[in-house]
Design a protein around this ligand. Sequence first.
Ligand SMILES: Nc1ncnc2c1ncn2[C@@H]1O[C@H](COP(=O)(O)OP(=O)(O)O)[C@@H](O)[C@H]1O
Ligand SMILES: [Mg+2]
Length: 237
Amino acid sequence: MAYSLITLEHAKSPISEAYRTLRTNVQFSSVDSEIKKIMITSSGPREGKSSTIANLAVSIAQTGKSVIVIDADMRNPTQHKLFGLDNGQGLSVALLQDQDYRKYVKETAVPGVMVLTGGPIPPNPAELVGSKRMKGLIEEFSQEYDMVLIDTPPIIAVTDAALLVQDVDGVILVLAAGEVNKDYALRAKEQLDKVGARILGAVLNKVDMKTNEYYYYYEYHGSDDTTKKKHKGHKGR
Ligand SMILES: Nc1ncnc2c1ncn2[C@@H]1O[C@H](COP(=O)(O)OP(=O)(O)O)[C@@H](O)[C@H]1O
Ligand SMILES: [Mg+2]
């Protein structure tokens, strides 16, 4: 199985439990100020941004809340793949056309989760993401849904994520254990600080369950497929 919507396919697995812990942490961040609009980024590609945001969306929806996932990684959109949707139209088109954004929002197989896919790759993603229309779209969705989750490209590589920081209430930084270069991770944090991001927390993803060092933390962080073999008692629903 591709590592995708594990929260849906294996709701009782330790990995899904880790996503529920993330959900709880996000909810607790909301104590002092409302946190409805959350962006996810990382220092580099393939650290697990898109998987984390999709699974977080599912676990939030499982509490009866409505969630919209906006795929603002228009350079490499993948949310449509995770949710099995068509990407012929999406955010890039919604921002270019002067029409109701809602027209481009798609329902998913998961009750409560809606997705605005990335759409065809535009020539000017940073310009689109930094536009007034994008700001308006996020604001409008935050009134319509309980939670708005935004997927973005890596913050070190391109400006898109930094441009979105002022439009969201908080940022989750995903770090791939054993893959991420420490300097890059620090640089990502610095760049987020520079633009005044409220970092809600970091997700240590792709933790190797075979190393004892991390073993105790499996409930708090994502992990790889080996967990499933180890915890035979948790076969999902
Ligand atoms: N915790 C994990 N364990 C194993 N594989 C993972 C994990 N998280 C993500 N992946 C895999 O790593 C790849 C990159 O993940 P993705 O979420 O698309 O990253 P990003 O959005 O940061 O580029 C995908 O093939 C995904 O299935
Ligand atoms: Mg991605």
